[in-house]
Structure formats: structure tokens, C-alpha cells
Design a protein around this ligand. Structure first.
Ligand code: NAP
Ligand code: G4F
Length: 366
């Protein structure tokens, strides 16, 4: 039985990848870091099938121990501080988590005395101020955020270990991919959640920043299969993974409101200057021809299907939360109900979350 080791298993991609690998018959290990509340809502349904190991990206020995315990054949490095907006507020922490930790993990792998294939979660953010349209494996990088800069370090570290030590180390340069499991701070989920709540009469306005930014949005479930395919080849190489279609944030807003039958979306929208970034990535559009040819990978979910999937999921969640809230009779029942709800799914967006300025124990994972 093949063994897979996933850092960031509690994240959007980690949860889909764990499901995918379990279906393929893998034994799956995932790292979790100690937090005051368990952040495992996305993998709750998998807990009986996977094994979780305590490890933190900043603690090199914890990575070595976790790897040795798993004796993994394949390592998927998905853990990172992944929110671009926050990286402007915490550039040093982002460099540590998202950049230097890649080298920590690569060195930990070198200390293992069995062969390991390594996947690094690289990103289209590395293209930033794009130098060609569309972007492929030959496009020069020009990151526009501390997150993009940190990811670029991790990317080149992966290439360097491959070339220096003959490691089977690969980068997947993935364009934006979304799902109902996306964190509420990312723009697609922020929109789908707000549209569902507006439809249910629970929210009046949706505040956004730059509506003109364009992204190549795919479905996370499709993209984790590409990660796996990258590690199944005879030789290690890097791949761009994308749909090849781009849409603006405005397009996403219009499509999400249209899904719930609201055409006057402008009356619900507010533009908040604080939500604009110090430097923006204006347009991303990927050319995944190499992945089509060498991995036989193609995305299945189109933009319209993705929007529908996300809004529908939030409608159902918001509706069931709202119904169960109304069934609560007493004040103490309401308090205990709210406490319970906050463990898993937040009842409302947390103001300031998208700026990365919320402190304390606010849970923001779907
Ligand atoms: P995500 O939902 O934000 O998940 C990030 C994961 O990293 C979580 O499991 C988080 O654990 C873990 N993590 C963060 N800091 C850690 C630390 N110090 N030690 C251990 N674990 C830590 O991100 P995602 O969307 O699944 O993305 C997965 C990876 O792909 C990330 O590296 C991201 O940068 C990259 N990527 C994403 C996209 C995209 O569009 N989604 C595109 C290109 C690349 P907690 O649950 O404890 O917070
Ligand atoms: O949803 P976003 O925060 O995603 P972004 O910055 O593209 O990064 C995501 O994709 C990368 C791949 O290219 C990943 F590497 C990264 O980890 C992450 O998953 O923002 C998308 C766009 C931006 O241009 C932003 O300025 O939406 C714009 N936007 C407009 N209003 C907003 C908002 N973004 C957020 N998060 N919140 C807003 O209110």
C-alpha cells in the first residue's frame, strides 16, 4: 500500500487530496499544528481513515519526526499562509511559513533513508505582473505580494533540490481553485456566502475591493488530481495547472446573484477602498497545454458550474443554520446553540477578516 504525507491536510486542498488518495487506496498521513480549537472541520468525515501527526512548519525536528513516523512514499507540501491580503500585513511570518518552510521540509526529506517523491504547492501568484498572456511554464515570474515572493522562494528551492541532489521534487504551478470548502476570506467564498445570506434576508450589503481583477478560477476537486498525476511520472517536472479561461471579480458577483434570481446586484454592493491591495495582480490566465499532453489532465468543472456549486452549498448551509436557530426557544438554548455552531461553520462573516486584521479566536473556516 502506498503511503502519502500531506502538510496542510486541514485546508481546502488537503481535504480534497486526502479523499482522492484514500479512494486510490493510499494510506494517508497529515500534519496538524496545535491550535486552541481543532481546525479539522474539512476532514471531520475522514478522521477514521487517516492518521494525523503533530507538526509545525516552523519546527524542523517535528517535520523530521512526522516523516519518519509515516515512512511516506509521496509528500504533498500544501501547508502555507495562503492568503495574499494577509501577507501584506505579515510579510515576515509569510516568508517563514510559505517560503523558508519549503526548504525545511526538503532538508527533512533528505534525512530520510528511503525514496520520497515531493510535491510543492506553487502558485500563479508568482507570475504577478504578467510578462506573457497566457502564462505557462516558460513565463518569467514577477510576484506582486509578500506571498508571491515567498512562494517563489519555495518554488526555486524545489527546483534547486531537484537539480542539486537528484531528488524527485516537483512544483505544481496552480491557478486559483475554489470550492464550497474555500476559506471565507477569499473573494469567491466571500461572495457566495454573502449572496446566500442576502437571499435569506440575513445580510444587507457585500463589501468588496477591486472588481476588475481577473482570475483563472477552477474547481479544487479537479486540481488535486493534477497534483497526484505530477508525482506519478517517470521524471520530475513542473506543471502549470489552469482552466485557460479568465473572469473578473465582477463576473463572479453577477453570476452569483443571478443564481439566486437577483438582477439588481449593484444595490447590494459596496466598494471599500480598504480592500484594495498595495499591489495588485490584474489578470491571470493559464496555459495548461503541457499538463494536457504529459499528464492527460483536463479540468471538468466550468466557471458557471463552480459559481452554482458554491452558492448552492452556502444557501443550504445558511438555510439549515437559520432554521435550527429559529427552533431555539430559550436564551440559554440560543447561547449553547451558537457556541456549538461556531466550532464548525461561522454564522456570519467576521468584519475585517478579509483584511487580515482580525485577532483572537474568531473561527473563519467553512
Ligand atoms: P488553505 O485552505 O489556506 O490551507 C492551508 C493549510 O496550511 C491549512 O491546513 C493550515 O493549517 C496549514 N498551515 C498553515 N500554517 C501552518 C504551519 N505553521 N504549520 C503547519 N500547517 C500550517 O490553503 P489551500 O487553498 O488549501 O491551498 C493549499 C496550498 O496551495 C497552499 O500552499 C496555497 O498557498 C497553495 N495554492 C493555493 C491555490 C488556491 O487557489 N487555493 C492556488 C495555488 C497555490 P490550519 O488549518 O491549522 O490553519
Ligand atoms: O480570492 P483572493 O483573495 O485570491 P488571490 O489573491 O488570487 O489568491 C488566491 O489564489 C492564488 C493563486 O493565484 C493562491 F496562490 C493564493 O493562495 C490564493 O488561494 O483575491 C482574488 C482577487 C484579488 O485581485 C483581490 O484584490 O479578488 C480581489 N478582491 C476584490 N475584493 C478581493 C476582494 N479579494 C478578497 N479576498 N476580498 C475582497 O473583498
Amino acid at each position: 500500500m502506498s503511503r502519502a504525507f500531506i502538510t496542510g491536510i486541514t485546508g481546502q486542498d488537503g481535504s480534497y487530496l486526502a479523499e482522492f488518495l484514500l479512494e486510490k487506496g493510499y494510506r494517508v498521513y497529515g500534519t496538524i499544528r496545535r491550535t486552541s480549537t481543532f481546525s479539522g472541520e474539512r476532514i471531520q468525515h475522514l478522521l477514521k481513515d487517516i492518521e494525523l501527526i503533530d507538526a509545525d512548519l516552523l519546527d524542523q525536528l517535528s517535520l523530521v519526526r512526522a516523516l519518519r513516523y509515516s515512512r511516506a512514499d509521496e509528500v504533498y507540501n500544501l501547508a502555507a499562509m495562503s492568503f495574499v491580503g494577509n501577507s501584506f500585513q505579515q510579510p515576515i511570518a509569510t516568508a517563514e511559513y510559505t517560503g523558508i518552510s519549503v526548504t525545511r521540509l526538503l532538508e527533512a526529506i533528505q534525512l530520510c533513508d528511503w525514496p520520497i517523491r515531493f510535491y510543492q504547492a506553487s502558485t500563479s501568484e508568482m507570475f504577478g505582473k504578467v510578462q506573457t498572456v497566457p502564462q505557462n511554464e516558460h513565463t518569467p515570474f514577477y510576484p506582486r505580494s509578500p506571498y508571491g515572493v515567498a512562494k517563489l522562494y519555495g518554488h526555486w528551492s524545489t527546483v534547486n533540490f531537484r537539480e542539486s541532489y537528484n531528488m524527485f521534487a516537483c512544483s505544481g504551478i496552480l491557478f486559483n481553485h475554489e470550492s464550497p470548502r474555500r476559506g471565507l476570506e477569499f473573494v469567491t467564498r466571500k461572495i457566495s456566502n454573502a449572496v446566500a445570506r442576502i437571499k435569506m434576508g440575513l445580510q444587507k450589503k457585500l463589501a468588496l475591493g477591486n472588481l476588475e481583477a481577473q482570475r483563472d478560477w477552477g474547481f479544487a476537486g479537479d486540481y488535486v488530481e493534477a497534483m497526484w498525476r505530477i508525482l506519478q511520472r517517470d521524471c520530475p517536472e513542473d506543471f502549470v495547472i489552469a482552466t485557460g479561461v479568465t473572469h473578473s471579480v465582477r463576473d463572479f458577483v453577477v453570476a452569483a446573484f443571478a443564481y439566486v434570481g437577483i438582477s439588481d446586484w449593484q444595490s447590494y454592493l459596496e466598494i471599500d477602498p480598504q480592500l484594495f491591495r498595495p499591489a495588485e495582480v490584474d489578470q491571470l490566465i493559464g496555459d495548461a497545454s503541457k499538463a494536457h499532453t504529459k499528464l492527460e489532465w483536463y479540468p471538468e468543472v466550468r466557471f458557471e458550474q463552480l459559481v452554482a456549486m458554491m452558492v448552492e452549498s452556502d444557501l443550504q448551509r445558511v438555510s439549515s443554520e437559520s432554521k435550527s436557530l429559529h427552533s431555539v426557544k430559550t436564551y440559554s438554548e440560543a447561547r449553547s446553540h451558537l457556541a456549538h455552531q461556531h466550532v464548525g461553520t461561522p454564522l456570519m462573516s467576521v468584519p475585517g477578516l478579509e483584511l487580515g486584521i482580525v485577532r483572537g479566536n474568531a473561527s473563519h473556516k467553512p
